[in-house]
Design a protein around this ligand. Structure first.
Ligand SMILES: Nc1ncnc2c1ncn2[C@@H]1O[C@H](COP(=O)(O)OP(=O)(O)OP(=O)(O)O)[C@@H](O)[C@H]1O
Ligand SMILES: *[C@@H]1O[C@H](CO)[C@@H](O)[C@H](O)[C@H]1NC(C)=O
Ligand SMILES: *[C@@H]1O[C@H](CO)[C@@H](O)[C@H](O)[C@H]1NC(C)=O
Length: 409
C-alpha cells in the first residue's frame, strides 16, 4: 500500500518503475532462454545416433565423420525448443582441409523417426519395386508440400540426399534389400523435417545455408550466425556501424523481392525476427529458421485455419489473416506481407526507440525521412494499437531501398 501511495505521489516514478520492470524481465527471459540445453543431452544425442549407425539402422554421408573418425565434434548447444535440437560442432569434414564451425540440427526423435509406411523388400526384384515406389511417393510429396515439379529428375531420392543412393547401398555392408530400406528411411526421416526439405530443395539460392550432409535424421549446415546487428536485443548495442546495418537491411529488402517474385511461387515468411536471419560468407543474408516459411499455395491450403471467431484465430505468427464473422471462416490469404513484418519486427524493433531494431540510430540527415518511411511500412494504416492486417506497399519498398542506398557512404 505504501509503495502504491508513494508511486501515486510521484507520477514520473511510474514510468521509471515500469522501465525497470521491463529490463529485469528481459534479463530473466534472456537468461532462461539461453540456458535451456545441456551438454549431456547433446552428447547423448550423438551417442544414440552413433549406436543406430553401428547397428546400420541409419545411413548418411556424414555418419562416419561423426561416429568413426571424430571429424565432427560437439562444441556447444543452443536452447532446445519444441523438440528441435540445434547444436554447434567443429567440423573437419565439411570444408576440408579447413576446420569450420557448423550447425547440427534435427527435429526428429531419434528412436521414433518418421517412417515411410510401405512394406520392406526381401529380394532383388522387390527391392527395385520398393525403390521405384519410394521415388514416386517422394516426387508426389515434393509437389504437394512445395509445389515443385520434379518429374524431370529421375532419382528424387538421391536429389534429397547426398550422393547417389545406389552407392550407399553398395558401401553399407548390408544385403541389398536391407540397405535400400535403411537408405530410404533415412531420407524419409530427413524429408519429413520441413526445414531440411526446404533447404535441400533450394541449395542453389544464396539465401539458404549450405547443407554439408546428413546422418540418419540429423543434418549439418553451414554456420551463419545473426551477429550482433541482427540479434534481438533490448537496448542498442554499440559496435556496428550504420553502413553495416544499412547494407544488411538492403540485402534483406532484396531477399523480400526474391521471396515475392523470384521463386516459382511467392514465399511467405511467418516467423520474422532479427535472429531468424543470419550472415554467411561474403556478407550474404540467409534465412535461419525455415520451419515457418511456406509457398503460397501450401500456406493458403494447409496453414491457415479454417474456422474462426475472431481475426487472431486466422493468424499464424507474423502471417496475419482475417476472419469473416458471417461465415465463421478465415479468408484464404495473408493480409499483411513480408515487407510489413520485416519493417515492424526487424527494422524498427518492437517499440521504436526503446527496443532496438536493425535500423536504430540512423545518421541525422536521414533520420526524419527514414522514420517516416519505416512507420508507413510497419504500420501502413497508421494504427499502432492494433495487430497490423494491411500490407506495406511497393512504393514504400522503393522509397526505403533508395533512401538506405543513399545513406551509405
Ligand atoms: N546456420 C546457423 N548458424 C548459426 N546459428 C544458427 C544457425 N541455424 C540456427 N542457429 C541458431 O540456433 C538457434 C535455434 O535455431 P532455430 O531457429 O532453427 O530453432 P528454433 O527452435 O526454431 O528457434 P527459434 O524459435 O528461436 O527460431 C537460434 O538461436 C539460431 O540463431
Ligand atoms: C523401376 O523403374 C525403372 C526406371 O524408371 C524401370 O526401368 C524398372 O523396370 C522399374 N522396376 C520395377 C521393378 O518396377
Ligand atoms: C463474408 O462471407 C460472405 C458470404 O460468403 C460474403 O458475402 C461477405 O462479403 C464476406 N465478408 C467479408 C468481410 O469478406
Amino acid at each position: 500500500m505504501l509503495i502504491i501511495r508513494w508511486i501515486r505521489r510521484h507520477r514520473i516514478c511510474k514510468i521509471f518503475l515500469l522501465l525497470l520492470f521491463v529490463i529485469l524481465t528481459a534479463n530473466v527471459y534472456y537468461f532462461i532462454h539461453h540456458s535451456m540445453c545441456s551438454v549431456e543431452s547433446s552428447k547423448k544425442l550423438l551417442e544414440d545416433l552413433c549406436n543406430l549407425y553401428r547397428k546400420r539402422e541409419v545411413l548418411g554421408n556424414l555418419c562416419q565423420a561423426i561416429c568413426e573418425n571424430s571429424l565432427i565434434r560437439f562444441d556447444t548447444c543452443t536452447n532446445y525448443k519444441h523438440g528441435k535440437k540445434v547444436l554447434f560442432v567443429e567440423c573437419d569434414a565439411c570444408e576440408p582441409p579447413a576446420s569450420v564451425k557448423a550447425v547440427l540440427k534435427t527435429k526428429s526423435d531419434l528412436l521414433n523417426r518418421d517412417k515411410l509406411d510401405i512394406s520392406k523388400p526381401n529380394d532383388i526384384l522387390s527391392t527395385q519395386t520398393f525403390l521405384n515406389l519410394s521415388n514416386r511417393i517422394m516426387r508426389d510429396s515434393v509437389l504437394s508440400e512445395f509445389g515443385i515439379d520434379t518429374s524431370f529428375i529421375e532419382d528424387v531420392l538421391s536429389e534429397l540426399w547426398f550422393g547417389r543412393i545406389e552407392d550407399y547401398i553398395k558401401e553399407s555392408g548390408l544385403p541389398y534389400p536391407d540397405a535400400s530400406w535403411v537408405a530410404v528411411q533415412s531420407i524419409w526421416s530427413l524429408f519429413r523435417q520441413d526445414e531440411y526439405a526446404f533447404m535441400k530443395l533450394h541449395q542453389a539460392y544464396t539465401f539458404v545455408p549450405k547443407i554439408y550432409g546428413t546422418c540418419g535424421p540429423i543434418y549439418i549446415t553451414e554456420y551463419t550466425p545473426s551477429g550482433s546487428e541482427l540479434e534481438t536485443s533490448f537496448l542498442h548495442r554499440p559496435g556496428s556501424s550504420w553502413n553495416q546495418r544499412a547494407s544488411i537491411a538492403i540485402s534483406i529488402l532484396n531477399l523480400i523481392k526474391t521471396f515475392n517474385t523470384g521463386l516459382h511461387q511467392p514465399l511467405e515468411i511467418c516467423d520474422v525476427k532479427g535472429d531468424n536471419f543470419g550472415i554467411g560468407d561474403y556478407g550474404r543474408v540467409v534465412l535461419l529458421d525455415a520451419d515457418t516459411v511456406f509457398f503460397r499455395d501450401k500456406f493458403e491450403k494447409d496453414i491457415l485455419n479454417d474456422q474462426c471467431r475472431k481475426h487472431t484465430d486466422c493468424d499464424f505468427f507474423d502471417c496475419r489473416g482475417l476472419c469473416n464473422t458471417t461465415t465463421g471462416k478465415c479468408i484464404q490469404r495473408r493480409v499483411n506481407n513480408n515487407l510489413q513484418s520485416v519493417c515492424q519486427d526487424v527494422f524498427l524493433g518492437i517499440l521504436p526507440h526503446f527496443f532496438a531494431g536493425l535500423l536504430h540510430s540512423p545518421p541525422s540527415d536521414f533520420k526524419l525521412e527514414l522514420i517516416e518511411i519505416l512507420e508507413k511500412c510497419a504500420y501502413p494504416s497508421n494504427n499502432k494499437a492494433d495487430i497490423v492486417r494491411v500490407p506495406a506497399t511497393d512504393e514504400t519498398f522503393r522509397k526505403l531501398h533508395t533512401l538506405l542506398s543513399k545513406s551509405i557512404r
